[in-house]
Design a protein around this ligand. Structure first.
Ligand code: ADP
Ligand code: MG
Length: 403
């Protein structure tokens, strides 16, 4: 069996016209002899009648428990699978609609953001054997007790990668509303360019740092199962972005990975809060950190010096952080509405001049750099959110990512 998994996001399945393009993509591969597993997201975006956020807005989340909320929002993907299945049948094709539970996606009971524990290929394989096009409701699974769970925003990407991995698919195609992974979010940088080939590692970093074009856990699963991931546009015939592990051959004959560019892409995360404390007492600092863990507060961009301790947290956690720091009567300062910019490139560290160029690109536009950090794939800069667009444009130009 040569299987291809194709995932279509919310905007791809949002109207009859768009679903015609989806059907073209499916039939194109079907006619080439592949067995096709389609994974769909809910139809449209917030405000559209069957979108996930629309369902959420029907109820008061403070009263509904998380289990019921998951049951409610899992319906969006069920609806879109059945609509698409119906349209494929109108074209004369045999289909089978399966929910996350039907295909044995077993998760933990962390409703709303559940982790996948297991998967059972039997039902999908039985349907494929009957030459049916399988349509799976993405974004969902079920606990071992049979309660429906959801996988978090963007979770259909994870469903697709897991199915592709377990079924040993030839590839997983993620169809969306842009031509592939680009050098920056095309909504911010007009001359952002599609990247032909990328490493799992780079895409993982990009996704982790905010580029919502693919879910980071989908990249993780694809890498773990070694299944190629391709990001493509439902509305065009672009070849998209091909993601796989870099092996020797790949590097020699493909310019994408060994391109001379040290930076591959730029992304960002908004709603960051910078916290700076002055504290020498190690015992108190320890207690504060334990309190952060207890309150599930995740720290980022952590720079601890003898007296000064600097880090960022999600803006949502502001009150919780302030409460803990006040409890220990710590002298601290908070800077709100920050944004973390990530400049990503394979083995960027150690190449002279990268930081100098980043610094120049930002300061020449009068942008204050609040903090920086780096790893071997990424340099992060914390700036004020108001400077976000100018900063990304300026970095994108300075590193000639448009070329
Ligand atoms: P879907 O509904 O198909 O899952 P998403 O909205 O989740 O689509 O993801 C696609 C969007 O990701 C694009 O419209 C684009 O604005 C955004 N995006 C952010 N960063 C990037 C990037 N580096 N390359 C491509 N798209 C990006
Ligand atoms: Mg998405």
């Amino acid at each position: 069996m040569n299987i291809i998994v194709q995932k279509f996001g919310g905007t791809s399945v949002s109207s009859v016209e768009n679903r015609k393009k989806v059907i073209d993509k499916i039939l194109n591969k079907k006619k080439k002899g592949y067995d096709i597993v389609v994974v769909v997201s809910a139809i449209g975006r917030d405000g559209d009648p069957y979108a996930t956020d629309t369902f959420k807005n029907l109820i008061n989340p403070k009263i509904t428990n998380k289990k019921e909320l998951d049951l409610l929002i899992s319906c969006g993907e069920v609806i879109s699978s059945i609509v698409l299945s119906n349209e494929l049948r109108e074209e004369g094709y045999e289909t089978e609609v399966l929910t996350g539970k039907d295909i044995g996606i077993i998760t933990d009971d962390n409703f709303g953001d559940a982790r996948i524990l297991d998967f059972d290929r039997t039902n999908i394989e039985n349907s494929l054997r009957k030459n049916k096009i399988v349509i799976v409701a993405g974004f969902q699974g079920a606990t071992i007790d049979g309660d429906i769970t959801t996988l978090g925003r963007g979770g259909s990407d994870i469903s697709a990668a897991v199915i592709g991995g377990y079924l040993k698919a030839d590839c997983v195609e993620i169809f969306t509303d842009v031509d592939g992974i680009m050098t920056a979010d095309p909504k911010i940088v007009k001359n952002a360019k599609v990247i032909d080939r990328m490493r799992y590692l780079e895409v993982s970093q990009l996704a982790e740092d905010g580029a919502k074009v693919i879910h980071p856990r989908a990249v993780e699963f694809a890498e773990r199962f070694d299944v190629p991931l391709i990001i493509k546009n439902t509305h065009s015939n672009s070849i998209g972005t091909y993601i796989e592990d870099a092996n020797g051959e790949f590097i020699v004959d493909k310019t994408g990975l060994e391109s001379k560019k040290i930076m591959t892409a730029i992304t960002y995360k908004k709603d960051r809060l910078q916290v700076c404390l002055k504290l020498e007492d190690e015992a108190i600092m320890n207690k504060i950190l334990v309190n952060f863990v207890r309150e599930n507060i995740s720290l980022d961009l952590i720079n601890f010096f003898e007296v000064d301790k600097v880090f960022t947290v999600d803006e949502e956690d502001k009150e919780k952080v302030a409460k803990i720091l006040n409890k220990y009567e710590v002298n601290y300062k908070m800077i709100e509405s920050c944004c973390k910019i990530s400049c990503i490139g394979y083995k960027m560290r150690g190449i002279p001049g990268v930081m100098a160029n980043i610094y120049e690109a930002l300061t020449s536009k009068d942008i204050d750099i609040l903090q920086t950090s780096d790893s071997h794939t990424t340099i992060w800069c914390l700036i004020k959110e108001k400077d976000l667009e100018v900063a990304i444009e300026s970095l994108h130009t300075r590193f000639k990512l448009y070329e």
